[in-house]
Design a protein around this ligand. Structure first.
Ligand code: PHE
Length: 387
């Protein structure tokens, strides 16, 4: 039989442990977790590096949305708090960042990345921990195929490829196109392929198909080959830094035909890097700042007030991704991963600044795309193409 002293000691240890557990739980509760006072959300983006405008614009869009949500009371009476990490445009950094956000910062949802290659590095980790992830703007189909916790609020590249193929055949009325793709970029490779398929189906011919790697600065040998085939346009589904350089070198080689591309062109830096060489070219995008809808104009004005510039498509997509997430959290019966996941999947007819967002059974959004032309250094709205 235990002595009174022994029993007293055991009891005290027991009570002490309970108190310790309670105080720990309480501590976590006040900062994060599904039952905390604050809702912790993680963001991963390229805030620095050759794609810095993608990360920064997206971040600004997300923060504008979060400020608005918090100002109107937050979600389920709790304020949203965003922990943002810079991946410097590197897939391995994006993977490390998402792991840290989930395991150390205990975020209950992730926003990001922009680039498909980096979303592909992040998604398996979010899926493994069952933390819902919404990419604002990664368009490669493989991203959401990773699993049922991975969503996007943008269209996918098979549609974007079709949009530019239609624009080439029906609006520009051309039949011979050359391609210059970035082989280090899943988005670029995928978009080049779907464009090829759509354009060939529509009766066009891809007369040359050349490649480069992100970070290259000299594209003259590929462009010389392309020039010898006399294309009527060159499709360059890359990101703005290389596209700007490619445009300059294209004109230096005396090639005057339009360049065409996808959403990866969307950056204020494109005009800086490419200069006048960008004029007369076209790309598909998620949004046009010329859209006169009142909700779009309100977003543009609010963004301008905060950042003294017109928001690009990335900012608009970041804003919509954060709002869709908050809307889903508001509808979810509780803030468990499974409940948030289900509510995001059930998003229907959400009126975003980049269009109406309905999440389909593959966790993608079916939306219209716009084609923008570049004229005197300005992005000019050309047409809207519906899915
Ligand atoms: N869609 C691109 C990708 O998947 C990323 C991007 C979106 C870039 C929008 C610019 C604007 O990699």
């Amino acid at each position: 039989m235990r002595s009174f002293i022994q029993r007293f000691a055991l009891m005290s240890i027991f009570l002490f442990s309970i108190a310790a557990v309670i105080s720990c739980t309480k501590k976590t509760n006040t900062t994060s977790g599904p039952t905390g006072d604050v809702i912790m959300i993680g963001e991963v983006g390229s805030m620095t590096g050759a794609e810095a405008t993608f990360g920064m614009s997206t971040h600004n869009g997300i923060m504008l949305a979060v400020e608005e949500i918090n100002a109107s009371g937050g979600v389920k009476g709790k304020k949203l708090k965003v922990v943002s990490l810079d991946d410097q445009g590197k897939p391995e950094e994006a993977a490390t960042a998402v792991t840290k956000l989930i395991t150390q910062d205990k975020v209950i949802a992730i926003l990001g990345e922009v680039a498909s290659t980096r979303s592909l590095a992040m998604a398996p980790i979010a899926q493994q921990y069952k933390i819902p992830m919404i990419t604002p703007s990664s368009t490669n189909p493989k991203v959401t195929e990773i699993g049922d916790y991975i969503f996007r609020v943008c269209f996918i590249d098979p549609f974007q490829g079709l949009v530019m193929s239609r624009f080439a055949t029906e609006t520009l009325k051309i039949k011979k196109v050359a391609i210059l793709r970035d082989v280090k970029n899943d988005y670029s490779v995928g978009l080049a392929s779907v464009f090829t398929e759509a354009f060939t189906k529509a009766g066009g011919t891809i007369i040359d198909d050349k490649s480069y790697s992100a970070g290259d600065i000299d594209f003259k040998s590929q462009l010389t080959s392309i020039r010898s085939k006399n294309p009527e346009a060159i499709f360059v589904p890359g990101y703005y830094t290389e596209v700007g350089l490619i445009a300059r070198q294209t004109r230096e080689l005396g090639i005057t035909v339009p360049l065409m591309g996808g959403d990866g062109w969307d950056s204020p830096k494109l005009k800086e890097i490419g200069g006048d060489a960008m004029n007369g070219s076209y790309f598909s995008n998620h949004y046009s700042a010329e859209d006169k809808s009142p909700n779009v104009q309100k977003f543009i004005n609010d963004y301008k007030k905060a950042h003294k510039e017109v928001p690009d498509g990335l900012a608009a997509m970041g804003y919509d991704a954060a709002k869709v997430l908050a809307d889903a959290m508001g509808r979810a019966p509780d803030l468990s991963s499974a409940a948030i996941r289900k509510a995001i999947a059930e998003t229907k007819d959400y009126q975003g600044v980049t269009g109406t967002i309905t999440i389909d059974e593959k966790r993608n959004a079916t939306k219209s795309a716009v084609v923008l032309g570049i004229d005197a250094g300005q992005f000019k709205y050309k047409e809207t193409i519906k899915p």
